[in-house]
Design a binder for this molecule. Structure first.
Ligand code: BV8
Length: 258
């Protein structure tokens, strides 16, 4: 089925209309069209000399808390300046149209929630929150003061840290379990805007395939999933997702879960 651009196979349209449970799993590429750099994008300015995967580690924070704290402060400011894009909005609408819809994200920017998605599984935490490393204290929606020193926990004086999962850290058990269960149960699994390189998130589409789901990849570039996916659409999610939404549910389809 064509909607002024992408041609969606009728079998895919049918599978999504009939699905009891659809899962969408997103990576940094979904936020790229909002202006949030992906981990693959070259960093700019002062940060160009660092690799994200080297800064997003407990070791980097222990070695230079001010530098890592500043990197997150710059990213928090950026995330608050941008808006959800049509890809985020289409996923929020799919949640309203599908019988059951689970959105799993590796992203820490909360743009899915700002777009209206409600059932969101955040595998890697949220950049807008900070916490005591010993669990004494959490500040949701942290407001950075200009050029502040790294704040300390009021109870134990340890440096507060971003409430994200760093490389080498375990994912929240409840989030990983919910994501794995959804991948095993769903009829359709959409893998969107992810390089499919970071584990254990990267395992999810393969788990869905093993359990018989129709797996759809949306990404301008090939990834380790591309050869295994049932369908691959090479293009930006902000363009493809609204067209997929329209092809499956149209403009006038009555919501299935009001
Ligand atoms: C863990 C929060 C275990 C922080 C992040 C060797 C093999 C397998 C695994 C490992 C290994 N060595 C080490 C590991 C484990 C490691 C890992 O997977 N490393 C990789 C690099 C090999 N994983 C971990 O450490 C995880 N923890 O395994 O713990 C453990 C067990 C017991 C005890 C202790 C530990 C933790 C991983 C989480 C790290 N935190 N984020 C922060 O944000 O600062 S990861 C971070 O990077 C993101 O959250 C995201 O997950 C990842 C980047 O990946 P993507 O989202 O895919 O983004 P990326 O930039 O890579 O790609 C963007 C894609 O978008 C591209 O494909 C591009 O083509 C596409 N795109 C661009 N524009 C668009 C688009 N798509 C659509 N539309 C567009 N417009």
């Amino acid at each position: 089925m064509s909607t002024n651009g992408v041609v969606f196979p009728p079998e895919l349209v049918q599978a999504m209309r009939q699905a009891g449970h659809i899962v969408a799993s997103t990576g940094a590429g979904v936020s790229a069209e909002s202006g949030v750099p992906t981990f693959r994008d070259a960093q700019t300015g002062f940060w160009a000399q660092f690799k994200p995967e080297e800064l997003a580690t407990p070791e980097a924070f222990a070695a230079n808390p001010e530098r890592v704290w500043q990197w997150y402060a710059v990213r928090r400011r950026r995330v608050r300046e941008v808006q959800p894009n049509p890809g985020h909005l289409a996923l929020a609408e799919m949640e309203r149209r599908a019988r059951r819809f689970t959105l799993i994200t590796q992203n820490v920017d909360r743009l899915h929630q700002r777009a209206g998605s409600r059932n969101v599984v955040e595998l890697h935490g949220c950049i807008l929150s900070v916490r005591c490393p010993r669990g004494h204290h959490v500040i949701e929606d942290y407001q950075d003061a200009a050029d502040e020193a790294v704040p300390r926990c009021p109870l134990c004086q340890a440096y507060l840290r971003p409430a994200v999962v760093w490389f080498g850290e375990e994912l929240p058990a409840h989030a990983l379990e919910a994501a794995d269960t959804a991948a095993r149960q769903c009829e359709v699994f959409l893998s969107i805007g992810t390089s499919t390189l970071v584990y254990p998130a990267a395992q999810l589409p393969f788990t869905a395939l093993e359990c018989g789901a129709t797996v759809v990849e949306i990404n301008p570039q090939p990834t380790p999933l591309t050869d295994s996916a049932t369908y691959t659409f090479h293009g930006p999610s902000g363009v493809i997702l609204p067209q997929l939404l329209k092809a499956v549910w149209g403009e006038m389809a009555a919501p299935q879960n009001p």
